[in-house]
Design a protein around this ligand. Structure first.
Ligand code: KIV
Length: 305
């Protein structure tokens, strides 16, 4: 990664170089795999950033894995901005991308651009992600013209869950695979700097990756993409419900958290918390005075009628 001064390092003294959009593009030409994970708040963004992940995506999957909705449709602009700001504070090295939520760009172009500007101006995002292929051509071009880098997203686009009839793999028939190829080319031609390929057959993803100049970031799209993305809560083992086949759990934080919470409850109930290690006492001389006064106070109260 080249030496790019970091505008986000502030006073913390952490990493002074960062991943930029041109660096992500160069990674494709150098055949260097791109890593991308979601994060939605300060601590998780900080851990992901410090681990050296290239792209942090404040995904609208937030609606499901953090806010407990059944799909991604309900999350609002205000909620996405709030979480992007928190992730911004934890991110110094990675490229920070904010997902535009459902309804924030399926409107007129002016409104969509204004919403994208809010992510950059009010929340510190360095790029936005937009779902859809050919139908988003004009919007992606308008954003790119205005120097807002765009990450495209085709295949299973969760914001289209009702139109698609569920969270189903896409591009399984020849016409559907060919449409995906056209969508991918449209996103690139419009000026996007990268493209998420979600839940599509590996052969289709591989072909798209070979034909595009911009990097593809796969999730459920096989190993032939330029990079891979996972939802952090799936990777950590802190998500609930059915897990797609493409998820690999790298930890079981749900079990670890459960054990920690149960440990706390047991200790409190049995008087084991707090112990001496977690307790602060008065200094010796103050302690002596404190007890002397207490005794005097008790003596006074015991002499009252
Ligand atoms: O919202 C999200 O987390 C995403 C990724 C799965 C790419 O769109």
């Amino acid at each position: 990664m080249s030496a790019v001064p970091n505008a986000h390092s502030g006073q913390s003294g952490r990493e002074t170089y960062k991943v930029t959009v041109p660096e992500i593009l160069k990674k494709k030409s150098r055949h260097e795999p791109i890593t991308c994970l979601t994060a939605y708040d300060y601590p998780t963004a900080r851990v992901v950033d410090e681990a050296g992940v290239d792209i942090i995506l404040v995904g609208d999957s937030l609606a499901m894995v953090v806010l407990g909705h059944h799909d991604t449709l309900a999350v609002t602009m205000d909620e996405m901005l709030h979480h992007t700001r928190a992730a911004r504070r934890g991110t110094q090295r990675a490229l920070l991308v904010a997902d535009m939520p459902f309804g924030s760009y399926q409107i007129d172009l002016t409104g969509a651009v204004a919403n994208a500007v809010r992510f950059v101006k009010e929340a510190g995002a360095e790029a936005v992600k937009i779902e859809g292929g050919e139908k988003r051509l004009e919007l992606i071009a308008r954003l790119a013209e205005n120097d807002i880098p765009v990450m495209g997203h085709v295949g299973l686009t969760p914001q289209s869950v009702h139109a698609l009839g569920g969270f189903k793999m896409q591009g399984k028939t020849l016409p559907a695979a060919e449409q995906l190829l056209r969508d991918a080319h449209a996103v690139e031609a419009a000026g996007a700097f990268s493209l998420v390929l979600e839940s599509i057959p590996a052969e289709v993803a591989e072909r798209i990756t070979a034909e595009l100049r911009i990097p593809t970031i796969g999730i459920g799209a096989g190993p032939g993409c330029d990079g891979q993305v996972l939802v952090l809560h799936d990777l950590m083992g802190l998500s609930f419900g059915v897990h797609p086949k493409f998820v690999r759990r790298y930890a079981d934080l749900r079990a670890a958290l459960d054990q920690a919470v149960r440990g706390f409850c047991t200790d409190v109930v049995k008087g084991g918390f707090p112990g001496e290690a977690e307790t602060t006492h008065l200094a010796a001389e103050v302690r002596e005075q404190w007890f002397t006064r207490q005794k005097a106070g008790l003596a006074r109260s015991s002499t009252r009628p």
